[in-house]
Write a protein that binds this ligand. Sequence first.
Ligand code: IPE
Ligand code: IPE
Ligand code: MG
Length: 265
Amino acid sequence: MINKLKFWKTSKENDALEERINALKELPMPKHVAIIMDGNGRWAKKRALPRVAGHHEGMKRVRRITRLASKLGIEVLTLYAFSTENWKRPKSEVDYLMKLPGEFLGTFLPELKEENVRVQMMGYKDKLPEHTLGAVGKAITETEHNNGLILNFALNYGSRDEIVRAVKNIVHDVKKGKLTEKDITEANFSNYLMSHSLRDPDLLIRTSGEIRLSNFMLWQLAYTEFFFSDVLWPDFNEENLVEAIEVYQQRSRRYGGLKSEGVEE
Ligand code: IPE
Ligand code: IPE
Ligand code: MG
């Protein structure tokens, strides 16, 4: 049994969700869930609000979804917060997005610490403003000894660039004599990626109805189960995460073999 969580207005709805959450615990949980949090702009547009209002609401959902992921015993939650392509957006929107990690962690870091969450970041530090790096760096340091959920923010992350840099670093290490050609294996290649300390995602969720990866974890998602939701990220709630995991638990992961193994134990 996990601690009681309050999700809905009526206790009946709450109980129904609690029941589904408890049922999830009977089957293997995805250990690493990655989410492409998309649809903030459309959420705001539907309400005749500026796009940044959608980003702010989306930030609050990060807290709710993190709380549930943590209660469910998920080991890693990777959240795509800003891509290397998102710099193409208007400066005012980029500036706002760069302030969100500071606001999020300024508000929620004490709670995250209490919940034993460990904050990490995956992305290029160059180009990120000092204040963003400062806020994230502080959270990383202050939670580095926690051993609960790893909350991994993909911030200024781009997968093709990550792969190209991995290749360059491998070439560098070969030239230095630290590595030989036969050392270059799939496992070793993974060590050169920014996700090197993490297992590959078991479940990828993308919100807002877009069916694409947008340069997210191309190598790591090779055998991940995908769940696409039409819900816009600022509307994505506990029930939506529960549904994604329910669907995941019904999948049969074969990894190219013939045997239907069900989800990984
Ligand atoms: C996702 O929402 C957040 C980021 C990409 C930073 P969007 O801002 O992409 O929202 P839409 O896709 O325009 O609705
Ligand atoms: C992907 O969403 C990046 C993040 C969610 C951070 P985008 O909104 O940037 O993706 P495209 O442009 O629709 O592919
Ligand atoms: Mg988008």
